[in-house]
Unconditional design. Structure first.
Length: 108
């Protein structure tokens, strides 16, 4: 079982190992396609009435979420890996995991 002390990135890296290693390249933040996609994900989430925000509150958590988002965007992580990871790391956020996955994977 995963311990709560595992970072978001470590958790998702472990989940992604079956296919390939999760690697975050900060240069993706300069990619206009990624920026547009990530902005669209955020705007779509903002329009969801019952969306329960994941508790991503620190700089480290934000960077880790960007790494995971990058892996989704580049196809390094499957929808199910993403959902399973969110559900393991954030118990009680299953609906959020599904909503977020639907948004992220339908706009990719």
């Amino acid at each position: 079982m995963f311990k709560k002390s595992l970072s978001f990135t470590t958790l998702f890296a472990t989940l992604a190992m079956a296919t390939q290693a999760l690697a975050f390249d900060p240069a993706i933040l300069d990619d206009p396609g990624f920026q547009s996609w990530f902005d669209n994900v955020g705007n779509t989430i903002d329009s969801q009435e019952n969306y329960q925000r994941l508790p991503i509150n620190t700089g480290e958590q934000r960077e880790e979420f960007l790494a995971v988002s990058s892996a989704v965007y580049t196809g390094e992580m499957s929808r199910q890996q993403f959902i399973d990871g969110v559900n393991r790391f954030y118990p009680g956020y299953a609906e959020t995991a599904n909503t977020l996955a639907e948004i992220m994977f339908s706009t990719r």
